[in-house]
Design a protein around this ligand. Structure first.
Ligand code: ADP
Ligand code: MG
Length: 265
């Protein structure tokens, strides 16, 4: 039996009106790459924000490594969880290296200065993301893909073994999408990620939870969850699902309505 890192039980949250997270329960096991998928507005970001403590749950519990996450000090939760959001705008004109060095802050006390170990870790994180040549560049002037790599490098510098990712590759082209997921996979850590692209989720996730209207509708391995019937139930789109001979993973092809009509007639 694999060790459970995170247990979410009956998590509820509303922004005032309808419940954006309605009794959400799930587990994340050690070393697992867990995907949260679901249509726009289904509650993925809300669930993640409650986990990384940008929002406070109305009810339910979140246990991380046997401890109540909601009672943990912010510093301790920041040591345990590294968070990469959808858009990571930072104020002021920091260099890439400075942004990555911010990953060290949960390890430091106020007024601690960066020591040689911090410098080594920052350099290593930059190298891991292939960004050592960009260390002195301004973060604000990077492309979207480079910014996201810098933010992942910051998460690496944080030395957490649990990443929480909210659609980390949104707006990026396919080469950066693959590159970022490949980097994360190579870290061999525990991952909880909202992923909006079903094929990417099928390629990288070990386990999937499908959200709709703030509830978990389905869960299972990608090949269990991604069936044409389920995809139609959740997204209202027809698809064909095949196991790919090279990846061994399921691949989803979406079928335009025009083609379905032509085949039916
Ligand atoms: P997802 O990340 O799956 O697209 P969200 O968690 O962002 O979904 O949104 C879930 C629901 O909560 C949606 O109906 C959305 O409109 C609503 N919502 C999200 N953020 C806010 C907010 N700051 N204020 C009010 N409603 C919000
Ligand atoms: Mg979202």
């Amino acid at each position: 039996m694999k060790q459970v890192r995170m247990q979410v039980r009956d998590l509820t949250f509303s922004y005032g009106g309808e419940m954006a997270a309605d009794h959400i329960s799930f587990d994340v096991h050690k070393g697992q790459f867990v995907g949260l998928i679901g249509p726009n507005g289904s509650g993925k970001s809300t669930v993640l924000k409650n986990i990384y403590r940008a929002l406070k749950p109305d009810g339910g519990s979140i246990v991380l490594d046997g401890e109540d996450l909601l009672r943990m000090s912010y510093r301790k939760s920041a040591l345990k969880l590294a968070v990469v959001g959808q858009e990571n705008e930072v104020p002021f004109d920091f260099t890439v290296e400075e942004i990555v060095a911010m990953g060290r802050s949960p390890h430091k006390r106020l007024f601690d200065i960066e020591n040689s170990r911090d410098k080594f870790i920052v350099r290593h994180a930059l190298e891991h993301l292939g960004m050592e040549d960009m260390a002195k560049r301004s973060y604000l002037h990077l492309s979207g893909g480079e910014k996201q790599r810098a933010i992942i490098a910051r998460a690496v510098a944080q030395e957490s073994d649990f990443f929480v990712l909210d659609e980390p590759t949104n707006h990026l082209d396919i080469s950066y999408q693959m590159q970022i997921f490949d980097f994360i996979q190579r870290l061999n850590i525990t991952v909880l990620a909202a992923i909006h692209d079903l094929n990417l989720a099928a390629l990288y996730c070990d386990y999937i939870y499908v959200l709709k209207d703030g509830r978990i509708l389905l869960s299972g391995k990608p090949e269990e969850v991604f069936t044409p019937e389920n995809i139609y139930d959740v997204y209202g789109v027809r698809s064909s699902v095949e196991r790919h001979p090279i990846t061994g993973k399921v691949g989803i092809t979406f079928l335009p309505a025009g083609i379905i009509r032509a085949r039916a007639s």
